[in-house]
Design a protein around this ligand. Structure first.
Ligand code: DSN
Length: 419
C-alpha cells in the first residue's frame, strides 16, 4: 500500500499520465492566443503541487477551525502581504477559488436579491458573472447593462452616468472579459459616489498590467476590486478580493463561511509564489512586452485589411472584426480552422454583432501567453501572417496542414516554461 503511494504517476496510472503528456505536448506545439490564458513558471506549478494540498484550514490566519495550521498561516500571510505590496490596497482576501467566486462574495456583501446592478453588457465584452441571465448574478439581481457607443466602440461614460442616475443601482461593476481599451476607474468611482452605489472593479484580465502601473489602478476609486490570478498576473488558477479596511470583515465573512468552505491552501501558496514573481523588476518588462506585442499584432492584422473593434488596443487583447476581409466567415469557423493549424483563439461577439453568440463575427486574441514564451514584436508579424493565411484558406486541408508545420517550427524556437 505504502509503496503504491510513492510510485510515479506513469507507473500507477499510465492512462492519466498519457493524457497529461498529451496536454504538455499540445501546449508546447500550439500558439496560445486566448487572452485570458498564460503559462505559469515551473516554480508556481511546483508550489501548486506541493504538500499544502493535504491541509484543511477553514478560517483565517490566527483564527483557524483545525489544528496544524502554523504553515498555513505563514503562507496565507505571505500571499496577503505580497498582494498588498503589489496592488497598494488596505486589505486582501486570497481565498476565493476563482474570479466568479470572488464576485459572488462581493455581491453577498453589498447587494440583496432584487437590487439593481449596473454592468457592462455581455454582448459588448462583459463577463458572465456580471449578470448573465443563467448565472447567479443575472438570476438574483436586476441587471441594467451599459455598453459601447456606436461611434467609437468604447464604453460611453456619459451613458453609464445617465443609466446610473436613472436606475440608482446599489452596485456598479467596472470590468470585462473582452474590451481592448483602458477603463476609466476614476470616472466610474465618481458616478458611483454621485448615485450612492458601491463600485466593484473586476480586473481579472488586466491585473498584471495594473500591478506594474501600465494600466491605471482601480484601488483608489473602488470599494471592491476582484481579480483572477491566472491571466496577465500569471499565477495559479484562482481569485482574490481587495478592499478598504472598513469592509475587510464584511468581505472575509462572505468568502468564508459565507460562500466557501476550506481554502485551497496549495493554490494560496502558489498565489504567494506568483505575487513574488510579479514583484520582481522583470515582471514589468514582461508586461510592457505584452503591450508591445499587442500593438504589433494589431498593426500586422490591420495591414492585412482586418478591422479591429475600437480601431486598436490599449491592453493585452484585440477583437478582430472578420467581416471586412471575410464577409461569410463566422468567428466559430475561424476558431476551428485556426485550431487545426495549431493557433488557439476564441470566437467572440463584437459590439452590435448581428450574428448569434454561438457564431459571432469576431475573434478575440491576446498576447500574454506568447509573450511568456519569449515571442516579441517581430514574431507577432509572423503570427498575424499565419492567422491571415488560415482565414483565407477556406479551410483547405493542405494549406492548413502546411501552416500547422510552420506553427510547430515557431513553437519549437520558443519553449513553454519547463523544468
Ligand atoms: N473565461 C475568461 C475569459 O476568457 O475572459 C473569463 O472568466
Amino acid at each position: 500500500m505504502r509503496e503504491f503511494l510513492t510510485q510515479p504517476l506513469s507507473d500507477t496510472d499510465p492512462q492519466l499520465a498519457e493524457i497529461i503528456k498529451h496536454e504538455e505536448e499540445r501546449q508546447q506545439n500550439t500558439l496560445e492566443l486566448i487572452a485570458s490564458e498564460n503559462h505559469v513558471s515551473v516554480a508556481v506549478r511546483q508550489v501548486a503541487g506541493s504538500v499544502f494540498t493535504n491541509k484543511y484550514a477553514e478560517g483565517y490566519p490566527g483564527r483557524r477551525y483545525y489544528g496544524g495550521c502554523v504553515n498555513m498561516d505563514a503562507v496565507e500571510n505571505l500571499a496577503r502581504d505580497r498582494a498588498k505590496q503589489l496592488f497598494h490596497c488596505d486589505h486582501v482576501n486570497v481565498q476565493p477559488h476563482s474570479g466568479a467566486s470572488a464576485n459572488i462574495a462581493v455581491y453577498m456583501a453589498c447587494v440583496n436579491p432584487g437590487d439593481t446592478v449596473l454592468s457592462l453588457d455581455l454582448a459588448h465584452g462583459g463577463h458572465l458573472s456580471h449578470g448573465l441571465k443563467v448565472n447567479l448574478s443575472g438570476h438574483l439581481y436586476k441587471i441594467v447593462p451599459y455598453g459601447c457607443s456606436r461611434k467609437d466602440e468604447r464604453i460611453d461614460m456619459a451613458e453609464v452616468r445617465r443609466l446610473a442616475r436613472e436606475h440608482k443601482p446599489k452596485l456598479i461593476i467596472a470590468g470585462f472579459s473582452a474590451y481592448p481599451r483602458v477603463l476609466d476607474f476614476e470616472a466610474f468611482g465618481e458616478i458611483a459616489r454621485e448615485v450612492g452605489a458601491r463600485l466593484m472593479s473586476d480586473i481579472a484580465h488586466i491585473a498584471g498590467l495594473v500591478a506594474v502601473g501600465l494600466h491605471p489602478s482601480p484601488i483608489p476609486h473602488s470599494d471592491f476590486t476582484t481579480t483572477t490570478t491566472h491571466k496577465t498576473l500569471r499565477g495559479p488558477r484562482g481569485g482574490m478580493i481587495m478592499c478598504r479596511e472598513d469592509d475587510a470583515k464584511l468581505i472575509d465573512k462572505w468568502v468564508f463561511p459565507g460562500t466557501q468552505g476550506g481554502p485551497l491552501m496549495h493554490i494560496i501558496a502558489a498565489k504567494a509564489a506568483a505575487f513574488g514573481e510579479a514583484l520582481r523588476p522583470e515582471f514589468k518588462v514582461y508586461q510592457q512586452q505584452i503591450l508591445d506585442n499587442a500593438q504589433a499584432l494589431a498593426a500586422a492584422l490591420r495591414s492585412h485589411g482586418y478591422r479591429l473593434v475600437s480601431g486598436g488596443t490599449d491592453n493585452h487583447l484585440l477583437l478582430v472584426d472578420l467581416r471586412d476581409v471575410h464577409p461569410d466567415l463566422t468567428g466559430k469557423q475561424a476558431e476551428q480552422w485556426l485550431e487545426s493549424a495549431g493557433i488557439i483563439t476564441n470566437k467572440n461577439m463584437i459590439p452590435f454583432d448581428e450574428r448569434k453568440p454561438t457564431q459571432t463575427s469576431g475573434l478575440r486574441l491576446g498576447t500574454p501567453a506568447l509573450t511568456t514564451r519569449g515571442l516579441k514584436t517581430g514574431e507577432m508579424k509572423t503570427v498575424a501572417d499565419l492567422i491571415h493565411r488560415v482565414l483565407s484558406s477556406d479551410g483547405d486541408e493542405a494549406v492548413v496542414a502546411k501552416i500547422r508545420g510552420e506553427v510547430r517550427d515557431l513553437c519549437a524556437q520558443f519553449p513553454v516554461p519547463h523544468a
